[in-house]
Design a protein around this ligand. Structure first.
Ligand code: HAM
Length: 422
């Protein structure tokens, strides 16, 4: 029978990978909880309009990368390309803004889907862990989100991340900047790609995200956002930078950073990491402030800030940075027995350790030789082997072998548990 291959751009994570992704998610969940965030779970698919209204008609995510389809009931649906829009929709349809204190501090984790060209660290199904702080007005709240993101990178094992920051200002500043960009690209746009021609009409800021090398070269000479920030936008940006300085958060101001989603205003940021071997997967996490998203999806006007990390990218880099600490599946103990007569006793012990003592253990019921069983125990990274034969059953004891030191002792049940737990 022919093998059915996985879909292009998808990724099977198992054993070490899956375990570590779970650990990263668990760690992020602890940290976001410490910052007062509450989890949300939202559907993986929504009306396509939710994403075109929020991410923006000019973004690549909407124009090129959406996994959309018409369902059997004739509805135009899309698999979510990110979770922010869905969170906003959930806030509006569940009236969270009326039922809970503002700002709403919401965290999430789950898959997103983008029809991108797969390459290292870029998948068509990816996992995002993110937060949204909705109902935010002060620069302190924006800064807090950045500090939280920065601390997440530290706590999960990145010593040096590059935090790129920029302000794309308020609506007035961006309008002035768009006018300046149109003036700059006016006599160049005819030689640029078709996407850029479209971006020129809808949102010239998106030209700055173009991946075509010739267009990128032209865009290098474009005016910089920083020169078009009005006074209020500049003041907000400076206030945020001051808070980051006070909290010893290192950052670089990147005045080319505009982000690929249309909903941002004011502060935008990205976390990058380049390994000692030169591995650079692009942004490991990114976000920014946004003003109109809740309103765009039918709710009240609520300014917000948020970010999302890409779990696959974090995992790939952490595996490279710290292979020794990269967790392997482990067991506290592996139970082995001699002969069918001892099987029930061994099985009873395994259940007891797992259920009553919270000790992780495994047992192999195919009654292999001790030699084979020891090999399995070592491969499973078991710390101890527990050996049960007729003698042990008669004396009501166990042989407990430390698989690191190879030291073997005879113990009763209480000492067995005590030693393993030590
Ligand atoms: P984003 O920059 O599009 O922002 O994605 C956030 C992160 O998801 C990226 O930094 C990257 O680590 C990961 N990511 C994105 N695309 C891929 C891919 N194809 N393969 C692997 N990883 C990927 C957002 O999605 C915004 N919703 C973030 C946000 C939340 N802004 C405000 N609130």
């Amino acid at each position: 029978m022919a093998i059915i291959l996985p879909q292009r751009g998808t990724y099977d994570a198992y054993y070490d990978d899956a375990l570590n992704m779970e650990k990263i998610e668990h760690r992020i969940s602890e940290i976001t909880h410490n910052y007062g965030y509450n989890p949300i779970r939202i559907p993986m698919y929504e009306a396509v309009e939710l994403f075109s209204r929020s991410a923006g008609e000019s973004s690549d995510i909407v124009t090129k990368e959406m996994f959309d389809f018409v369902d059997k009931g004739g509805r135009h649906i899309a698999l979510r390309p990110e979770l922010t829009a869905g969170v906003m929709r959930a806030i509006v349809t569940n009236k969270l803004y009326a039922n809970y204190d503002l700002p709403l501090k919401i965290s999430y984790c789950g898959p997103a889907f983008r029809y991108e060209r797969p390459q290292q660290g870029r998948f068509r199904q990816l996992t995002q862990y993110g937060i949204e702080n909705v109902g935010v007005t002060t620069p302190q709240e924006d800064a807090e989100a950045i500090i939280l993101g920065y601390n997440i990178t530290k706590k999960i094992g990145f010593k040096h991340v590059i935090l790129k920051i920029n302000s794309i200002g308020d609506q007035e500043s961006r309008d002035a900047y768009r006018t300046a960009l149109r003036a700059f690209f006016k006599d160049k746009i005819d030689s640029m790609c078709d996407d850029c021609k479209r971006r020129y009409e809808i949102n010239p800021l998106r030209i700055l995200d173009c991946k075509v090398p010739e267009d990128q070269e032209i865009a290098k000479g474009a005016p910089k956002m920083g020169d078009y920030l009005n006074e209020a936008s500049r003041a907000r940006f400076n206030e945020i930078l001051k808070i980051l300085d006070a909290n010893k958060v290192e950052y670089v101001i990147d005045d080319t950073l505009v982000r690929g989603l249309d909903y941002y205003s004011h502060i935008v940021f990205e976390f990058h990491y380049i390994s000692d071997n030169g591995t650079n997967l692009g942004a490991i996490g990114a976000g920014g402030h946004y003003d109109n998203l809740v309103k765009e999806v039918g709710g009240p006007e609520l300014s917000s800030v948020g970010f999302a990390f890409g779990i696959e990218r974090l995992n790939m880099l952490l595996k490279e940075i710290n292979p020794e600490e990269y967790a392997k599946p482990t067991l506290d103990a592996f139970v082995m027995y001699m002969g069918e007569n001892c099987r029930d006793k061994a099985s009873e012990l395994a259940f007891k350790l797992r259920n009553d003592e919270n000790i992780s253990c495994d047992i192999n019921y195919t009654n292999k030789s001790f030699k084979a069983s020891f090999k399995i125990a070592v491969r499973k990274n078991a710390r101890y082997a527990i050996i049960i034969g007729e003698d042990e059953i008669n004396k009501n004891v166990y042989q407990l072998k430390n698989l690191q030191t190879q030291e073997q002792i005879e113990v009763n049940y209480e000492d067995l548990v005590k030693t393993i737990k030590e």
